[in-house]
Design a protein around this ligand. Structure first.
Ligand SMILES: [Zn+2]
Length: 262
């Protein structure tokens, strides 16, 4: 594991270490646990931590902004389904660092659930989602809204409840950012972590070599690695596993958890 190598390498190696976080978004009660095992098992086996941004109580007829059924739904239907309804997934998730990803991931009146100017509604969704994760035996360490969409009201409610918010966009102009020594950004008491989206896996070794000084956060979507019949796509999966091998060898890259940055 990279972090162990840098530690035994002493302070100089550690000072050079680049930090990387790997997150997987959208796993929910309809997600086969075997999918996550297939993607991330080789990382976990090498001691490389992975963050799972889980949908706590997925809406089974959720649609995208374009009106398409969400592809993270392996079963569709009506109503919602809490994560605890998939005990195999809940057990597997204990091996990951868990983030709360929205509550139902639904759209309400044409907007994603945290892109609404209703503080009380945002607070309810935050509390309900966290309760659903706890009911499944999981304790989330950070929050990430669906599609990275917030209003000032929903952002404040999220930041009040979590020590860290992971977001992919430029920070909105309305955010009262506080920078501290070392560049850590905070708002309403929460650490703000920007993710870099999904990297192109064409050259996994090159990706690792090109990492800048950290922390860098990559966000993957497990469902992109499977076809409509649920079969793994061999090439992207093989590329992902090459990434795990490369990271395990890399002496100057530390794969870390959100909790390591707080
Ligand atoms: Zn999502």
């Amino acid at each position: 594991m990279a972090s162990r190598d840098t530690r035994t390498g002493g302070l100089e190696d550690r000072a050079r270490a680049r930090q990387l976080l790997i997150h997987d978004h959208d796993a929910n009660a309809t997600t086969p646990a075997g999918w996550l095992e297939a993607l991330w098992g080789p990382f976990l086996a090498r001691g490389l931590p992975i963050g799972l941004a889980l949908i706590p109580e997925v809406r089974l007829d959720a649609r995208t902004a374009e009106g398409e059924p969400e592809r993270y739904l392996r079963e569709r239907g009506r109503g919602t389904r809490p994560l605890a309804a998939n005990p195999e997934l809940a057990r597997l998730a204990e091996r990951f660092e868990v983030l709360q990803h929205g509550c139902t991931h639904e759209r309400v009146a044409g907007r994603y659930e945290f892109d609404r100017h209703d503080a009380a509604d945002a607070a309810r969704r935050l509390e309900r989602g966290r309760a659903r994760l706890r009911e499944a035996g999981l304790e989330p360490v950070a929050f990430a809204a669906p599609q990275d969409l917030y209003t000032p009201a929903s952002f404040r409610e999220a930041a009040r409840r979590y020590p860290a918010i992971v977001n992919g966009r430029f920070w909105p102009r309305w955010l009262p950012l506080r920078s501290r020594l070392g560049g850590a950004r905070r708002a309403f008491g929460a650490r703000l972590l920007r993710h870099a989206g999904e990297p192109d896996l064409a050259d996994p070794a090159g990706l690792v070599d090109a990492l800048g000084r950290g922390p860098t956060i990559w966000v993957f979507h497990h469902w992109r690695f499977f076809d409509a019949a649920g079969r793994a796509k061999a090439r992207p999966l093989a590329a992902l596993h090459r990434l795990a091998e490369r990271l395990a060898e890399a002496r100057d890259v530390e794969v870390v958890r959100v909790a390591d940055l707080l």
